[in-house]
Write a protein that binds this ligand. Structure first.
Ligand SMILES: N[C@@H](Cc1c[nH]c[nH+]1)C(=O)O
Length: 407
């Protein structure tokens, strides 16, 4: 029998681990620079926690055996867990809370997509107990800083407003509303046009919603006549202020597309929502996504008291793929710096002690011991093949001869 990981699961080998580690380390540096502190939440949670008050479809959760005290699942994302932890464990801290994370998440592939990846890696932030313009701007500017720091150039931020989109969809009766939402999420204009609308006015409204995407000023001009509620007008005004602030806060233009039909996979959002996509050549990729969720913390509060929150998660696989065509990623897993070789059997007594001296001599140096076999020339050839920088031949009397290999 050949042992393979199950369909949808995979091993990451040293080069990929090195490159993804490089991406993650840089992201954590940026998060730290903006005052975010890392937390680690459990991989396994109660299913009840994971579905975030019904805003995450339980079908996306990989469920584990029911233990008798309730169903458990593997986290499909981290925002729900962090909201739970913040409400139950961190509520005595001073506000706001700036939290960051790097972790794996698991999602059950949709029916008919057997073999699609089930495990993904994310790095993200959550800014909790803070609402308003400055918090929204902080999150979007931090996301832009992540891309700048990674040296990623061709990206675009697609910005929407979940509350406004919900309100624009409210004239559609259910279940038609859900179908319109679905067509908007999939950019499926043909199906959208042919849904069974009760009247022509609603059909025209659906098509108009489909076109609320593009240059911010143009989209805002189109949406203004559709905004019937006071809350819609406030949302539009907030979007305008946000875009103005973003432009003033960066030395280069903020690559922004406004999309008031943007619908996210998870439904806990209440304010701005966004997706960062790579816009270079090749397949467009969703590099990260997020938004404001001002009711989620209330799901976990014993008395249902909520507090504002906003955050994003970056998709490490997509970032990695997008960076592969550039020149910033490390091209090799780090090689060993020194190979320490006992010249005779008796020299073995000294070899571990001597190797430690090399480790202590240079911080972060990689020092390995030759485990035997082969003539000095064979050892040299093997070492050169593996990119090893130097050989340290240890003699019986404990003396060392250093030899530098040319690459
Ligand atoms: N957890 C969301 C992204 C997000 C973070 N914070 C808010 N939203 C996701 O995985 O899609």
């Amino acid at each position: 029998m050949i042992h393979q990981p199950p369909a949808g699961a995979r091993d990451l080998l040293p080069l990929e681990v090195t490159q993804k580690g490089w991406i993650n380390d840089r992201l954590q540096q940026v998060f730290q620079g903006w005052g975010y502190q890392r937390v680690v939440s459990p991989t396994i949670e109660w299913l009840d926690t994971l579905v975030a008050g019904g805003t995450i479809d339980p079908a996306t959760v990989i469920q584990l055996q029911n233990t008798g005290s309730g169903a458990l699942g593997l986290r499909p994302e981290l925002t729900a867990s962090i909201a739970r932890a913040a409400v139950t464990r961190m509520s005595d801290r001073s506000y706001p809370q700036r939290i960051c994370y790097r972790a794996n998440v698991f999602r059950r592939p949709p029916a008919g997509y057997h073999g699609r990846p089930m495990e993904f890696y994310q790095a993200g932030v959550e800014l909790l107990f803070a609402g308003g313009l400055l918090a929204d701007a902080e999150i979007l500017l931090l996301l832009a800083d992540c891309f700048d720091t990674l040296g990623l150039e061709n990206w675009q931020m697609i910005l929407g407003e979940a509350g406004l989109t919900r309100s624009l969809l409210s004239p559609f009766p259910e279940p038609l509303r859900e179908r319109v939402r679905h067509c908007l999420a999939l950019l499926d204009r043909v199906t959208l046009e042919n849904l069974p609308y009760p009247d022509e006015e609603l059909r025209q409204r659906a098509l108009l919603l489909f076109h609320l995407r593009g240059k911010p000023a143009e989209v805002l001009a189109k949406v203004a006549p559709l905004a019937r509620e006071e809350s819609d007008r406030t949302a539009i005004a907030n979007l305008e202020s946000l875009m103005e602030l973003l432009e003033k806060s960066r030395s280069r233009p903020f690559p922004l597309v406004l999309d008031l039909s943007l619908v996210q996979t998870f439904d806990y959002y209440t304010g701005i929502v966004f997706k960062a996509v790579s816009s270079g050549d090749g397949r467009p990729r969703v590099l990260g996504q997020g938004g404001r969720y001002d009711r989620l913390l209330g799901v976990y509060h014993p008395r249902g008291e909520s507090a504002p929150g906003i955050g994003f998660s970056l998709n490490i696989e997509d970032l990695h793929e997008s960076l592969l065509s550039g020149t910033t990623l490390p091209e090799q897993a780090p090689a060993i710096d020194w190979l320490v070789i006992p010249v005779t059997e008796l020299a073995r007594n000294a070899v571990f002690v001597k190797a430690q001296i090399f480790r202590d001599r240079e911080t972060n140096s990689r020092v390995a011991i030759d485990l035997g076999g082969g003539s000095p020339d064979e050892i040299r050839d093997r070492a050169r093949d593996r990119g090893i920088r130097g050989l340290a031949w240890v003699r019986e009397d404990g003396s060392i001869e250093e030899e530098f290999l040319d690459s």
